[in-house]
Ligand binder design. Structure first.
Ligand code: SF4
Ligand code: MG
Length: 329
């Protein structure tokens, strides 16, 4: 299988917001060396606490931002250093659905204009077919075409997210980064939006990157899941494998903190996360998780572990030599 998109050695550093410009300006290491392959038609979940860099990866993937170093390769083309004029064509393939529809949908525009703008900008339809195309989009996301002359505030949160999805679909993308698309919604509405995303994926042969801080929604929609901690991926595996056989202590801690029934809990001690996630300005040396890890040994404070296959040839990878040495499971 050839990946649709490759993330290679991605780093994204930026100055802390509101800090004074100058030599000693604090730098946030938002993403600090991430490699990923995203395959056509799959959903790759990315999970981690807020501030772990997952949204930053999402923005680099859809070329909303440029990496500090590393590359994003889409359909064999390096897009991370492409001139803006060439990116315009690429952007129709790579779209994003945001958590916060109050800022992603212009409150002063009717749904009609919200959907028309990207299609006209990218030359997806001619003006005479615009109306028909907008009706189709609304129908696709489960809204009525009569709703197109309303404003975003006239809709419920769930309906607004449907409009956000329609806007992403309007330019006929192949890959959509869904950044916490249901986190702001009532629990009763979340399943409807997740099912809509799944149904659209099948119908339109879409590839998703699904970003979330909790495991519930990610487990439901993802084929594979990457767990992030302080700018790095600490574990990645197919969804079932990850839940059946978590290796990294941080992954286990996340499972233990979530209300999901976890059969592996019966076999081992619960891991309770102590303390806050450390600052991404000066991440801990060695394994970044050592300040909170109950299994940390001296060498963890020095050696920064690589993400390695847990068995030869396995596509389940983890970044913890202590667990991989065959000890605690
Ligand atoms: Fe814990 Fe050490 Fe493994 Fe890091 S490398 S997760 S500190 S045991
Ligand atoms: Mg975020």
């Amino acid at each position: 299988r050839k990946p649709l998109l490759i993330v290679e050695g991605l780093k994204k550093y930026y100055p802390q917001r509101g800090s004074v410009i100058g030599k000693n300006r604090p730098v946030i290491h938002a993403v600090d060396g991430v490699d990923l392959e995203i395959y056509e038609g799959e959903t790759l979940g990315i999970v981690g606490e807020s501030g772990c860099g997952k949204s930053t990866i999402g923005r680099q993937i859809v070329a909303l931002e440029r990496p500090t170093s590393g590359r994003i390769i889409y359909q064999g083309q390096v897009i991370s250093d492409m001139a803006s004029s060439n990116l315009r064509k690429i952007r129709t393939g790579l779209q994003m659905v945001f958590q916060d529809t109050t800022s992603s949908l212009n409150p002063r525009k009717q749904v009609y204009d919200i959907l028309a703008a990207p299609m006209l900008y990218h030359g997806i339809v001619t003006r005479d077919r615009l109306d028909e195309e907008i009706n189709k989009l609304l129908e696709l996301v489960g809204l009525s075409k009569n709703m197109k002359y309303r404003y975003p505030h006239e809709f419920s949160g769930g309906q607004r997210q449907r409009i956000g999805i329609a806007k992403a679909l309007s330019v006929k993308p192949r890959l959509i980064v869904c950044d916490e698309p249901v986190s702001a919604l009532d629990v009763s509405v979340q399943a409807q939006i997740l099912n809509l995303l799944k149904q659209l994926q099948e119908e339109l042969k879409l590839t998703y990157v699904f970003i979330a801080h909790g495991l519930g929604a990610v487990r439901y929609v993802s084929n594979r899941i990457a767990i992030m901690y302080l700018g790095k991926i600490v574990e990645i595996a197919e969804t079932k494998e990850l839940f059946d056989n978590p290796v990294h202590p941080y992954t286990k801690a996340l499972f233990d903190a979530s209300p999901l029934p976890d059969p592996s809990l019966r076999k081992r001690e619960r891991i309770v996360l102590k303390g806050e996630i450390p600052s991404a300005i000066q991440p801990p040396k060695g394994c970044r998780f050592h300040t909170r890890c109950p299994y940390a040994i001296e060498s963890c404070k020095v050696n920064d572990p690589d993400l390695l296959a847990i068995r030869f040839g396995s596509n389940h990878k983890a970044a913890c030599p202590v667990m991989q040495a065959g000890g605690e499971r």
